[in-house]
Write a protein that binds this ligand. Structure first.
Ligand code: PHE
Length: 375
């Protein structure tokens, strides 16, 4: 009997080794360990044996079953590994091959992204850098450094989202405007020509801003673009020309008329709101000419307190700042009536108003010479 199991074992083990596929291996398993398998049959014979014989052969048969099971398992592992290697070799994907649908006609660039690109292109042509700041701000940068002290009513005007996290004993917040980037960038001493720290400064800072406000023309998150120019002789004439040159290029019209309306911002003195001339033709708004005015942002000469907070000598340097709503600019230029649709992630809206990735940011004809002649 002992010899028998040795022969049975050798035969089954060599069958296992010879099985070239998983299904051939399964056949070997069934023939050995299946209900009617050879080893199962041996095990069944134990029932008819006397106690002594069973004690001698029981462990032997069980060992046989265990070794066969192990041999099957290890053969299965190596067949599966071979199979995987074969599939990996035959199913390789060449990621560089062109796909069936032309991707350039699939996705769309969001109008806000497109508009931001356009802003960067136009202001870059006038020598502006692009600066960035964090969305999560401290009360110091969002308010105090901008000449809005603790008890100032302007703090309440801003409908601020406060976070529970604090920094230096003061609650952090979501920035209510891009103006904190003025202070941060001046402080960091980034200057237009990169030669040494300090003024002159000439940069824009586009980005997300947040206010606890929501209706047809307000969303809790929106976008602003800040502009800042600081030098020794920068004056309001420069501000007006910069805005006119920008708006002419942005709206792709020959001329725009803007008007300054006296206003108040703690961080500028004097402060002006900026209106652009327009007229309404039925439901459509036409920018550039007409008998109506439309507000597009705030501006002013930077308050010396702000310069001092950023470590700039306010007796030597002066300049202007402006802030505009990017979403508002995009709505005006591309005729999108409802601001809320901007952020509702509606694919149909995006297909309609979005831009193809191959569209170069607006301004196909480039900037006019007039626009470029900003001194
Ligand atoms: N930060 C102001 C706002 O959000 C806009 C502004 C920017 C006004 C720069 C003046 C100068 O309303």
């Amino acid at each position: 009997m002992q010899d028998d199991t040795g022969a049975v074992e050798n035969r089954i083990i060599s069958d296992i080794a010879a099985a070239a596929t998983l299904s051939a291996l399964e056949d070997v398993r069934v023939a050995a360990l299946g209900k009617k398998g050879e080893v199962s049959a041996l095990l069944k014979t134990l029932g008819g044996m006397d106690a002594e014989e069973r004690q001698r052969l029981g462990p032997l048969f069980n060992q046989l079953k265990i070794r066969i099971t192990e041999a099957l398992q290890s053969r299965r592992d190596s067949l599966e590994a071979e199979e995987l290697t074969r599939r990996l070799a035959s199913e390789t994907l060449d990621m560089t091959l062109p796909v069936d649908t032309d991707p350039q006609f699939e996705g769309r660039i969001h109008p806000v992204s497109q508009t931001m690109e356009e802003l960067a292109v136009i202001f870059a042509s006038m020598g502006f850098d692009v600066a960035e700041g964090p969305d999560i701000e401290s009360g110091f940068y969002n308010f105090t450094a901008l000449n809005i002290p603790d008890a100032h009513p302007a703090r309440q005007m801003h409908d601020t989202f406060y976070l529970t996290a604090e920094e230096e004993g003061e609650a952090l917040l979501l920035r209510t405007h891009t103006s904190p980037v003025q202070v941060r960038t001046m402080e960091a001493g980034a200057r237009a020509d990169g030669e040494e720290d300090g003024p002159p400064f000439r940069f824009i800072a586009p980005g997300r801003t947040y206010r606890c406000d929501s209706d047809q023309t307000h969303t809790p998150m929106f976008h602003q673009i800040e502009g800042l120019v600081i030098d020794k002789t920068t004056h309001m004439g420069h501000l007006k020309h910069t805005l006119e040159a920008f708006l002419t290029a942005f709206f792709e019209v020959d001329n725009v008329a803007i008007r300054f309306r006296p206003s108040y911002f703690p961080f500028t003195e004097p402060s002006m709101e900026v209106d652009i001339r327009c007229h309404r033709d039925g439901g459509k708004l036409i920018v550039g000419a007409g008998d109506d005015w439309m507000e597009i942002g705030g501006s002013g000469m930077v308050n010396p307190h702000v310069l001092r907070h950023a470590g700039i000598d306010a007796d030597v340097y002066q300049g202007f700042a402006f802030g505009m709503g990017i979403d508002r600019l995009a709505m005006l230029k591309y005729g999108m009536p409802d601001l809320r649709a901007f952020f509702s992630a509606d694919l149909r809206w995006l297909k309609h108003y979005g831009f193809l990735p191959i569209d170069v940011p607006g301004l196909a004809g480039g900037l006019s010479n007039k626009t470029l002649a900003v001194k």
